[in-house]
Structure formats: structure tokens, C-alpha cells
Design a protein. Structure first.
Length: 434
């Protein structure tokens, strides 16, 4: 029995709308707050903070890929309406990720004790790392609600968290509180909102609400087996896409990180667009695959690839054309090689828009090993080239290398394999029917 085509298309549209709302406000918060924080803490501490955020973005693999594995499993089980299995998976994920969180908090405190950082730096590192570690188990609710196609509801709550971050930062800066308290005001509200959301959601969806008696070693092991692949993939993708600031900090210093990271932050608008358009495909594909509706999956993947390219290209042109005006209004200054850096990130985002629907398909199919190999090659090559070619006069080369390698190595191979896999599944279904 196939899922109704209009229902699935509506779910994707609602998912895109919900993601657009939530991600817009999530991106809006740092765009509003970053100029104030830069002015409050200074270029050195601002560069340190941005570098820490890059480290935490690269460290998302510390959940051992369980979050992504959980989304894949829940999407499939939701397609079969198997709520008891979903409940066991959710409980097992909370137990495992909660244990990881406790271990990492302890490890962080021990490491910071021996680092003997200056007070200002210590506070920023402690707040940023703690909120990141706590987000590992707390963010499970996102995977659950995405699998349930409740993307709009989740992102409305995210908007509340983002608005609260903005308000608290303004208040703390106005009160001239210490730098680490300002960073806390920015980082903590989204986590608190997710905790409240988790309690409300599971109270209203008791058929899948976690309970310690539902913990299953077998399901936990299954999540770890699936997650281990996502773990390795996440390590390579996170390092590859977030290493620029760290490379700059090592080679040229934290002030140069500021010169590069702000144009990169502007370009992250395109990453927002890509996430908005394609993240809902993961859950929709999973449910369609559970029903063996391979034709729908292939058609939608193709259409979304073309649509994504044109949408991202449109926003890219706007960002490049008005880059000077945007930076002047936003940050009240211009940055080194901002136009070149922005152009390269825009080109990269256009290629990513073409490839991303096929990545969502590979994730839904649990075809991860190929992605690992491709991203491993990309990561090694990009880091070597970036360390070799970076100088004071060409920081834009970092984004250019990312664009060229992604276009040559990552996108073509992954699109080809995803297309081949879904065609094979579609053919096998036709054979079975005959």
C-alpha cells in the first residue's frame, strides 16, 4: 500500500515551511547579536568564541551518530506505525546519550582544571562547552519530532528559544555583565526551551514516551551499529566543513579568524536555505521507503535537486551583489577579502543544493560507507591544501579549495550512487510484482 502522493508532498511542504521559520530565527539570533558581542568582548575573545563554536560543530560526532541513526530508524518505524518499537528506540537513545553527556562533562572539568586559562577565556570556554555537551541528549526531541513530521511545531519552539537568546543578550550587555554571562545568555535559552518541549511532547504522545523499563540493550546496540557509521561520517564532514577557523587560528591568529568568519557567517544563510529545503526529505523518504514507494522518492529527489539549485543561486546573487552594503549595515565595517570569500561560499552552496537531496536519500537508505570514503578523501585533501596555500594575503583560498574539492570529489560520486541504489530498488519491486 502506497502513501498518498498529495499527503507526502504536503508533509514535505510543511516540513520546509517549519524548517524555514525555525532556522531563520536561529540564524537571525547570531546575526543580531554578533556585532554586539564583538564590541563587548573584543576581537581576541570573539575569535576565541567563534573558534570554540567551530570545535563544537566539528564535535557533533560525540553522540556516536546515534541521533542520525535514531532519525533513520524512527522514520521507518513511523511509516509502519510501530509505536512500541519507536518508544524502545527513544528510551535507549536517551540512556546512551545521557551517559555520554555525564562522561563528557566530567572530562571537560578535569581538562579545564589543568589548562589554567585566564579568567576571561576560562568562562567563555566553560559556558560554550557545557551548553554544547548538554545539547547532546536534549536534542533527541528534534529527531523524534522530525520523524513524526511535526517539523513546524518543533521550529516554532526553536523560535521562542532564539528570541529569548536575543533578549537576554541585550539585557546582559546593557547591564554590562561579564563576558561569560553574555555568552551564557546567548547559549542557554534554546536548551531550556528544548527541555520544556520534550516534557510537553512526550506527555501528549505517551505511546512513544521514554521510560526506563523500555530500555533495550539490543536496540541500543542496534543504534550504536547504525550510529557508528554516521559517527565516522560526521567526523569527516564536521572537520571538513568547520576546520577553516581553526586552520586560520593556528597559522595567522585569532584576529584573522574574525576577518574570515564573519563573511563565512553571512554565507551561512545559504546553508540555512539548504537545510530548510532538504532536511524534511530524510523522514519523508524513510516513511516512503517503508511502504516501498520508490518511484515517489526518485521523482521528488530529482525535483528538489533542481529546485534547490535555482533557489540557492538566487540568494547567492543577492548576497554577492549587496555584500558591501550588508556588511556595513550589519557589522559597521568591511572585512579582508570578503567578496572573494563570499563568492566561493556561494558557489559551494549551489553545488551543495544540487547534491543534498541525494545525500538525504543515501541517509534514508542507510548507505553510509560510500559517503565515509568520499568525505575522507575530501577532508584529507582540503586540510593539506589549506595549510599549504594559506597566507595573510589570500584567506579566501580556504573557501575556494572547499568549493573545488566538493564539486570534483563529493557531489558527483554521491549523486551517482544514490541514483543507482534507488533505481535498483525500484527495479526489484517491479520484478516482484511481475
Amino acid at each position: 500500500m502506497l502513501i498518498n502522493l498529495s499527503t507526502k508532498s504536503l508533509n514535505i511542504f510543511k516540513g520546509i515551511l517549519g524548517s524555514g521559520l525555525g532556522r531563520s530565527f536561529s540564524l537571525l539570533a547570531p546575526f543580531i547579536i554578533m556585532p554586539l558581542i564583538l564590541d563587548k568582548v573584543g576581537a581576541d575573545l570573539f575569535g576565541l568564541w567563534v573558534t570554540i563554536l567551530s570545535f563544537t560543530a566539528m564535535a557533533m560526532f560525540v553522540d556516536f551518530g546515534i541521533g542520525n541513526g535514531l532519525l533513520t530508524k524512527l522514520s521507518y518505524e513511523q511509516g509502519l506505525n510501530n509505536y512500541e518499537s519507536m518508544r524502545v528506540y527513544i528510551t535507549s537513545a536517551y540512556v546512551v546519550l545521557g551517559s555520554i553527556c555525564l562522561f563528557l562533562i566530567t572530562l571537560m572539568l578535569v581538562v579545564l582544571y589543568f589548562l589554567n586559562l585566564e579568567y576571561g577565556s576560562y568562562g567563555i570556554v566553560l559556558v560554550s562547552m557545557t551548553t554544547f555537551i548538554l545539547s547532546i541528549p536534549i536534542s533527541i526531541i528534534q529527531k523524534v519530532m522530525y520523524a513524526k513530521q511535526m517539523i513546524i511545531s518543533f521550529n516554532l519552539w526553536q523560535i521562542v528559544g532564539s528570541l529569548t537568546s536575543i533578549i537576554l543578550c541585550y539585557i546582559f550587555i546593557y547591564l554590562k555583565l561579564e563576558n561569560w554571562i553574555v555568552i551564557l545568555g546567548y547559549s542557554l535559552p534554546p536548551l531550556f526551551i528544548l527541555i520544556v518541549l520534550s516534557f510537553i511532547f512526550f506527555y501528549n504522545n505517551r505511546e512513544i514516551s521514554p521510560h526506563i523499563n523500555c530500555f533495550s540493550k539490543k536496540k541500543a546496540k542496534n543504534l550504536l551499529q547504525i550510529g557508528s557509521k554516521f559517527l565516522i561520517l560526521s567526523i569527516f564532514t564536521a572537520i571538513a566543513l568547520n576546520a577553516d577557523n581553526i586552520i586560520l587560528n593556528i597559522t595567522l591568529g585569532s584576529e584573522m579568524v574574525t576577518e574570515y568568519s564573519v563573511p563565512a557567517k553571512l554565507a551561512s544563510i545559504l546553508g540555512l536555505v539548504i537545510g530548510v529545503l532538504f532536511m524534511p526529505l530524510w523522514a519523508s523518504n524513510g516513511q516512503a521507503l517503508a511502504k516501498k514507494d520508490y518511484s515517489w522518492v526518485l521523482i521528488v529527489t530529482k525535483k528538489m535537486s533542481v529546485l534547490g539549485f535555482f533557489i540557492v543561486s538566487f540568494f547567492s546573487v543577492l548576497l554577492i551583489y549587496f555584500n558591501q552594503e550588508i556588511f556595513q549595515i550589519w557589522m559597521n565595517r568591511q572585512f579582508i577579502s570578503q567578496r572573494e570569500t563570499l563568492i566561493n561560499f556561494c558557489l559551494l552552496s549551489c553545488v551543495m543544493a544540487i547534491a543534498s537531496p541525494w545525500f538525504m536519500l543515501l541517509n534514508s537508505l542507510n548507505v553510509i560507507n560510500l559517503q565515509i570514503k568520499v568525505w575522507a578523501i575530501y577532508t584529507v585533501l582540503s586540510i593539506i591544501l589549506k595549510f599549504t596555500l594559506i597566507t595573510d594575503n589570500n584567506i579566501w583560498i580556504l573557501s575556494f579549495i572547499s568549493f573545488i574539492l566538493y564539486s570534483i570529489v563529493v557531489a558527483p560520486l554521491c549523486i551517482y550512487i544514490a541514483y543507482k541504489k534507488i533505481k535498483e530498488l525500484k527495479l526489484s519491486t517491479l520484478v516482484d510484482h511481475n
